[in-house]
Design a binder for this molecule. Structure first.
Ligand code: SAH
Ligand code: SF4
Length: 472
């Protein structure tokens, strides 16, 4: 099987894979008595959603239309997530539920891909226990999907490709975006950090940044196509540029994006505190396009736990970053990820996390119970605290955050926010719903023509889940 070629702009989607798309389309038009439909579902993070848009791009190019319903589909792909056990359980449950469909319609193609499939014990389980799954491919084989699909359709046997390939980011895959207002834009792939709890470096491979000119070209194109919000994606966007020729940094990339004409705003995730610089914070502070929003996952407030997690920063360095960011960026929205119950964490150490979130006062918090992942270092650490105890801590954390978040929306009343309207609101006909730069849901009365546009909205009233206002 041929690998991607290098034509001077990095690895590119191989020409023969375009040809396989054409072959699949021809085959389907000869074989099927109706236009073929695909159902593609991506679990997990935005990186995976962005991969899902490439999968749909390839399928569209190969002649498929799309359906939200599995029972109407001729092809079902689940693009899976391995980051926690409950994400994996959900996938196994949903795949199990497809058995009946396959029995009724033996021509149905069922495929599994994404991070779970890159783990050997999972692909083996699929091979042995889910014989009705036709195609399994890992994160390293996305650019070979047309050929793999062609083989499934012609060879009458199951196809597995979970080989590891240490490749650059492959440019030029077709993309079918889920919307026309907001776009995901991966600027790098993989991760080199090996936080001890995390499976991502094992399933997504080493970190590779896309070349600056390729990212800028995509931003320009998206702006020209009328996208109003672009989210730059990477596991650690702050180390963008490592390995590229020239002195390319994430802050430098942001400054180049700032120069691109057009009315659009930019977000990014995720920002690892160990590589978050004052230069980056200054760049956000001085920008008109970047949202004043920082997702800066702290994971824990205890220095001992942070070291055991291999995070490469301590509580004080983190708090210093937060103080600097709050001082430089007026109206900054701050969010974080927290893991509760890391192996060996004591209640006292958990209380240091509680005191940290009370000190920082995050606008949003994404909280997770520690989940052991096969092959990671933490999975072999002593983990004496019982699950019920960890759940109690978890509930304590949620209660603390609820208290912190309670006044947040109310404090917005009287302020004017620049809102990107994304669709109809829940408040009934005539209302639109959109997001503020801080990603808070805003509902306001406006005609549907304003969907996909920015509006200045004066906030008049607040609830827990949203604020309400009037067009200025
Ligand atoms: N690259 C990002 C995070 C990607 S995973 C970063 O470093 O910030 C998203 C979040 O899932 C992590 O921030 C962490 O809080 C959580 N997570 C990852 N592995 C986990 C595990 N084994 N158990 C529980 N939560 C985990
Ligand atoms: Fe996982 Fe850490 Fe990499 Fe984030 S930085 S993806 S948590 S290993």
């Amino acid at each position: 099987m041929e690998q991607s070629k290098n034509n001077g702009e990095g690895a590119v989607f191989p020409r023969e894979q375009w040809e396989y798309c054409d072959r699949v389309r021809l085959l389907l038009s000869e074989r099927m008595d109706h236009p073929p439909l695909a159902h593609v579902h991506s679990y997990g993070c935005q990186q995976n959603v962005a991969d899902g848009e490439k999968i749909k791009g390839i399928l569209a190019r190969s002649g498929y239309g799309f359906t939200d319903s599995v029972s109407d589909a001729d092809l079902i792909f689940y693009n899976t997530c391995a980051v926690r056990e409950n994400a994996e359980d959900r996938v196994f449950g949903n795949v199990g539920a497809l058995k009946g469909l396959k029995k009724k319609n033996p021509g149905l193609v069922i495929g599994l891909c994404g991070c779970m499939m890159q783990q050997e014990h999972v692909s083996e389980k699929i091979r042995k226990s889910y014989p009705y799954v036709d195609l399994v491919f890992g994160t390293h084989a996305l650019q070979l999907l047309p050929e793999l699909l062609y083989r499934v359709l012609t060879e009458n046997k199951r196809v597995f490709d979970t080989a590891e390939r240490s490749e650059e980011f492959v440019e030029g895959l077709p993309i079918r975006r889920d919307g026309n207002i907001k776009a995901w834009l991966p600027i790098m792939q993989g991760c080199d950090n090996f936080c001890t709890y995390c499976v991502v470096p094992y399933v997504r491979g080493r970190e590779h940044s896309r070349r600056l000119e390729n990212v800028l070209r995509d931003v320009r194109e998206l702006a020209e196509q009328g996208y109003k919000e672009i989210t730059l994606l990477g596991q650690n966007v702050n180390s963008y540029g490592k390995g590229l020729t020239g002195d390319v940094t994430f802050a430098g990339l942001l400054r180049e994006i700032e120069k691109i004409p057009g009315e659009f705003r930019v977000r990014f995730m995720t920002s690892h505190p160990k590589d978050c610089t004052h230069e980056l914070i200054d760049t956000i502070a001085g920008s008109k396009k970047l949202c004043p929003y920082l997702h800066l996952p702290v994971q824990s407030g205890s220095d001992r736990v942070l070291a055991a997690m291999n995070r490469h920063y301590d509580r004080e360095k983190y708090l210093e970053l937060v103080r600097y960011a709050r001082e430089k960026i007026p109206g900054l929205t701050l969010s974080s990820d927290i893991i509760v119950g890391f192996p060996g964490e004591t209640y006292e150490e958990f209380c240091e996390t509680l005191s940290l979130i009370r000190e920082v006062r995050y606008d949003f918090l994404f909280t997770f119970l520690y989940s052991p992942r096969v092959g990671t270092r933490a999975a072999s650490m002593e983990d004496p605290v019982p699950a019920e105890e960890k759940s109690r801590w978890f509930r304590e954390l949620l209660a603390a955050q609820e208290e912190i978040g309670a006044g947040r929306n109310e404090a917005l009343v009287g302020k004017t926010l620049r809102v990107l309207a994304e669709g109809e609101g829940k408040s009934g006909p005539g209302y639109l719903s959109g997001k503020s730069p801080g990603n808070i849901t805003v509902e306001f009365a406006a005609p549907p023509e304003r969907i996909g546009q920015f509006s200045d909205v004066r906030i008049t009233r607040s609830l827990n889940w949203a604020v309400f206002g009037e067009l200025v």
